[in-house]
Structure formats: structure tokens, C-alpha cells
Ligand binder design. Sequence first.
Ligand code: 13P
Ligand code: ZN
Length: 270
Amino acid sequence: MKDILTAPFLVEMVRTTTNMYAHGWDERNGGNISLRLDEKDVAEYVDVNKVLRVIPTGFSAPSLAGMYFLVTGTGKYFKNVQYDPARNLGLFRIAADGENAELLWGYSDGGQFTSELPAHLMSHVARLKVNPDNHVVMHCHPANLLAMTYVHDLDERAFTRTLWQMCTECIVVFPDGVNVLPWMLCGTNEIGIATAEKMETARLVVWSQHGIYGAGVDLDETFGLIETAEKAAEIYLKIAHLPLKNTITDDAMHQLEKRFNVKAREGYLD
Ligand code: 13P
Ligand code: ZN
């Protein structure tokens, strides 16, 4: 069995949490990540027949039965993942009943997966229906997107169009736009169900006055999605109080669609 600390998926997870902390997106224990893994990759590093603990998830996700996930621990600080991955991360398989997590590695202090597991796993279910290659769900608290939810209309079309107008490449990076949930109690199955529903039509879901969820095929792509939206929100906050003299027009957006071979969300451009 190889040393799991050398596994590419673990190294990338450590790098990502460290980088997200460095960006200021994950104060204290803020944020959480789930990374779906293939059994053949996991089996090189852990004995998949040796279940350390069975942890109830509190909800049912039968379509994820038998799938493997590397997930940040609840109450754990992203800044600390690099110093003690085994304490701050856990690797588990969803049991055949779809309702329990079979821990194979990690959560070494007796801890468990993020309190936002419902939003993560339900979002995996939703995104896998759209793209079977989806591996990542990522949540964090980037300041500018969060601030924007205090002063901008929460209508999804309006919110998306504002972000698209803030940087030329936004529409190229997230042509599916950004969905928005009103403030809801976090850590619940209810917000998990609502997030997953929003994930059916976009890979970014804003939690008003809280943060954002992103989904993607790998950690890099998902990080990049959030990074691009957050940059746009930063530009918005720099200019929102100033008289607007120029913008990226819908005609320009249509040119971008052609040039980069992307299709903007139906009905979002005039
Ligand atoms: P966890 O520490 O349980 O992952 O929660 C952090 C968070 O961001 C809640 O939304
Ligand atoms: Zn949060």
C-alpha cells in the first residue's frame, strides 16, 4: 500500500485548501470541499475493506452508494490542512444503503465530515446527472460575492448579467451563469436540497449573506470558477457607487459566445 500523503488527489486537496485560505475565502473553519474519487485510485492507498467507523449522514443518497469521497472535516481550519491532513480530512465510501459514510482514512481525532455534507452530496447527485465527469463540490466565503448579496438584486438573471459585465472572460468561464439562494439556515438538509436543485442549471450557487458553492470536474476548474466570479464581484464593488460610463454590451457578449464557442444561459442575453 502506498503512502496516502503522496497520493495526487491528497496533494491537490492540500494545495487547494491552502490556496483558498491564502485568498481569504476560508476564515476560521469557513468553507468545505468534497472530492469524488475512483475506487481504483483509492485502493492504491487504503484498504477499502477496512472500515474504521460508520458515520450516519442524516439523509439518503442511493445513487451515490459505493462512491468514494475525500471531504474536509467539520470545524476544521483550511489553513491547518497542510500541517495535519489526517486530522482535517476524511476519506469515506457511501454505504450500500446510501445513508451511511464508511470511513476508510482520516478524521483522526474522532471528528467527522463537514456539517454541509447534505449540500455537497446532493449537489454531486445533481451535477453527475448533467456531467458524469463532475468530481468536485466546493464551498467558501469570498468577501466580494458575499458583500454583493447585500446590495444587489438577488434575481439570478440580473445577478449573472452584472457579473458577466464586470470582466470580459466571465461569460466564457461561466456561461451557465450563477444561481442564487436567499438566506437559509446552513448545515441542513433543506439548504442541501435547495442547493442541489440550483446545481441542475448552473455550476455556481450563491448563498446570500453566506458564501458560494461551485462544482466542477476537478479542483482546479472549480477553484477557477469561484475565483473568476469573485473577481467580477470585486470589480462590481469598486464601481457600483460611481457613475457608469461604459459596459460590456450584449452585442459584445454575443461576439464572445462565437469567439469562444460557448452558449450563454438561455434568455440571459438580449
Ligand atoms: P464546517 O466546519 O462544518 O465545514 O462548516 C463551515 C461552513 O462554511 C458552514 O457553512
Ligand atoms: Zn459556509
